[in-house]
Design a protein around this ligand. Structure first.
Ligand code: 3H9
Length: 692
């Protein structure tokens, strides 16, 4: 089937793109559009041209799979320019989403009509790029600078009615038949003749808008190249000719495309789409209907999960073993809703409908008809087994039994029930209604139907679900132990908490590990370590965190932990007392203190992650290395533009990583740094984790 087909409709030629799944601009599509437009232009019977798409969407952009490979003619900017140069009116008929190069094709057209449900956008920034087919020069001419900057820097698509109001499109189709409406609109366009965006001037704007925008976006674009390039390109649209602006845009685009940042972001894009493909879980695996959920445990996590389910349209029963706990949980949910309404994220009526679907109970008997339970009680095996044993007695057949444990064995929890095939881990990350990651932990007996159902639930909750195997800490927390271990050792060896935090923050982590510890509560990890029987025989292991927890310094919640938090503030202030405590503990343990470079901090913490990630792959706990990347980007604040720890290691080169790990083994011993066989093998063969 040809990717582009042509059909005459009286005096109008309709060019239709059909390149599933999202009509990306592959070479065949570019060529098909270019030759079809040229043929229609040469056709004496044709008075106007419509470019439309089959399938679920208008063109969703350049074909990202072609990026990084040698470019093939015809190039997209040339195709867009050829459309615009056509002497017959060309109209884009947009349904679904016209994104990136797709919207640039639409802006090459002389007119744009969109279905009411459609959206247009330039999301290249999410891939570390800027629009590269003259979008930075055309959009400001259509909408003005401020709107254009907003669309390109946020990457967010704009719905048809708002796009119409801003001038990005010319007409909204209210009916069910977009092409029929486009044919009608074409009559008007024939009267008006071609309207070329290149001939428009950018509306006047105060030049200060560019610096103001830089300041506004700085906190969320830390270390990124492409947002600055977008601002520069749009600024040029107000200063130089259209063609000069396009030439500069091309230069910026190629620079961004060649950057490791764009490679990391593109990797993250495909990695997040690969997680849905789980070996043994076929596409047609039946998925259970989940409309009602019971959340067991009304603490911060339980309330967050309940709120997340409510805002996704489910009915929720929250349970707790104390009246007080239940009331606190319900209050948290009411406050989250009120906050959402105040910020304009939720309407009053959605809040009311959500709270109408919300109930509390202290009796498991009330849960007999729910479709799924998510347990979020205290992290203790005996308690969890008791809860699951009791739930097993009351839940209807077919109900999903999920635990939010962050470390404990799913199989042991499942053993407390008569239906281990229905038991699964759903590991949410705090705050549960915000963090995008859902680690889906399959036990030895978990059925593929329950895994498929959990993946569908993740989507419904607007999360990325990653299916992982059952071991202590699964993927995320198992690796966190290695990362945290190196942080803790570095503290004893002489690096101050704020120095380590700043170094890793500047490298791109959302927060430094010591600030994270204080936020999560140092008592939490302390209690988990107390329960573990498999920890290394090393008095330095998490010694600083244990020492602080033993002194009741739990972090933000007690006003002091690794840092001080004065007068209820959440801003960490270095505490000289902690410095002195660490120093005397290091002396007691005979740890030599020294100057530590930023490079060493980064290499020890990040390669600590990579080494554990390689072991996780060896053990078959993660399906593919990119799944590990998705876990760390979405659950642990790993910089997305570095593509996740395994992609980062691939980009450094596994031979170099291996060499460094061997050096650390020499310096610090084999307990933590013995290179995994997989790393050694890949390093020797010039391979990558991504090739596995
Ligand atoms: C660009 O255009 C640069 C230009 O300015 C200049 C060039 C010179 N290419 O997300 P889904 C695949 S940069 C190739 O699950 P949804 C995706 O991998 C581009 N493949 O569906 C998946 O494959 P699989 C600017 C693509 O309905 C399948 O399609 N455009 C592309 O949830 C379904 O994807 C963008 O950044 C692509 N461009 O969401 C848009 N897009 O089934 C990126 C998707 O094998 N795309 N695939 O796993 C999206 O945002 C969403 O895919 C979309 C649909 C909203 C379109």
């Amino acid at each position: 089937m040809a990717a582009v087909t042509v059909a005459p409709h009286g005096a109008v030629t309709v060019i239709t793109v059909d390149n599933p799944p999202v009509n990306a601009l592959s070479q065949a599509v570019r060529e098909g559009i270019a030759t079809s437009v040229a043929a229609a232009e040469a056709d004496d019977n044709c008075e106007a041209i419509i470019i439309a798409c089959d399938g679920r969407t208008f063109i969703a952009g350049a074909d990202i799979k072609e990026f990084g490979k040698p470019p093939l003619e015809p190039y997209l900017p040339d195709v867009v320019n050829a459309i615009e140069a056509c002497d017959k009116p060309v109209i884009a008929a947009i349904h679904g989403t016209a994104l990136g190069g797709g919207f640039e094709i639409a802006m090459g057209c002389h007119y744009r009509i969109a279905a009411k449900s459609a959206a247009v956008g330039l999301p290249e920034v999410n891939l570390g790029l800027l629009p590269g087919a003259s979008g930075t020069q055309r959009l400001p001419r259509l909408t003005g600078v401020a709107k254009a900057l907003d669309m390109m820097l946020s990457g967010k698509p704009v719905k048809a009615p708002a796009a119409l109001a801003s001038g990005a499109i010319d007409e909204v189709s209210e009916g069910d038949d977009l092409v029929a409406d486009a044919l009608e609109f074409a009559k008007e366009c024939i009267e008006r003749g071609p309207r070329r965006i290149r001939d428009l001037t950018v509306p006047e704007v105060d030049a200060s808008v560019f610096d103001e925008t830089r300041k506004k976006i700085a906190p969320r674009t830390r270390g990124l190249i492409s947002p600055e390039k977008i601002i520069q390109a749009v600024e040029l649209s107000t200063q130089v000719s259209f063609d000069e602006g396009c030439a500069k845009e091309r230069e910026f685009f190629l620079e961004c495309m060649a950057s490791p940042q764009s490679a990391g972001l593109r990797h993250a894009f495909f990695a997040e789409r690969a997680v849905g493909k789980v070996p043994g879980v076929e596409k047609d695996t039946p998925v259970r209907d989940l409309n009602s959920v019971a959340v067991i445990g009304a603490g911060t996590m339980g309330a967050g999960i309940a709120y997340n389910c409510l805002t996704s349209g489910m009915s929720v029963t929250l349970t707790d073993n104390s009246d007080e706990g239940l009331e606190r949980g319900a209050e948290t949910i009411r406050k989250l809703y009120a906050g959402g309404v105040e910020r304009g994220k939720i309407s009053e009526s959605d809040m009311k409908a959500g709270l109408d679907r919300f109930a509390t109970s202290q009796d498991y008997i009330d849960l007999s008809e729910v479709d799924i339970v998510i347990e979020a009680v205290f992290e203790n095996m005996a308690v969890k087994k008791e809860v699951f044993g009791a739930l097993d007695k009351v839940l209807k057949p077919g109900a999903v039994l999920a635990t939010n444990t962050s470390t404990l064995s799913i199989d042991e929890i499942a053993s407390a029930t008569s239906r281990p095939e229905d038991v699964i881990g759903l590991h949410f990350f705090s705050p549960a209604h915000i963090m995008r990651l859902l680690e889906i932990v399959k036990g030895a007996d978990t059925s593929s139907e329950i895994i498929a159902t959990s993946l569908a639930l993740a989507k419904r909750l607007r999360k990325v679900g990653v299916v992982v195997g059952n071991c202590f800490g699964f993927v995320g927390n198992r690796m966190l132990y290695s990362y945290g271990r190196e942080n803790q050792l570095l503290l004893l060896e002489g690096a101050a908490p704020e120095y380590i935090d700043k170094t890793l923050y500047d490298w791109g982590m959302a927060m430094g590990p010591n600030a994270v510890g204080d936020l999560a509560g140092l008592d939490v990890g302390y209690k988990v370590r107390q329960e573990r029987t498999d920890l290394p025989d090393d008095p330095r292991f998490y010694r600083v965190a244990d020492m602080l927890a033993e002194q009741g310094r739990y972090g933000q919640k007690t006003g002091k932990g690794m840092y001080l938090y004065e007068d209820g503030s959440r801003k960490p202030t270095p505490d000289p007392e902690v410095g002195a405590m660490i120093q005397s503990e290091a002396e007691r343990l005979g740890v030599e203190r020294r100057e530590i470079s930023e490079e060493e901090i980064i290499e020890r913490c990040i390669y600590g992650l990579v080494v554990e990630g390689a072991r996780i792959l060896e053990d078959g706990i993660a399906t593919r290395s990119s799944d590990i990347d998705v876990v760390w980007i979405n659950g642990y604040g790993f910089p997305r533009h570095r593509g996740g720890p395994m992609h980062y290691a691939d980009s450094v080169g596994l031979d170099k990583v291996y060499e460094k790990v061997c050096e650390f083994e020499e310096r610090f011993g084999s307990t933590y740094w013995e290179p995994p066989a997989l790393l050694k093998k890949l390093a020797a063969s010039g391979g990558k984790f991504a090739d596995l």
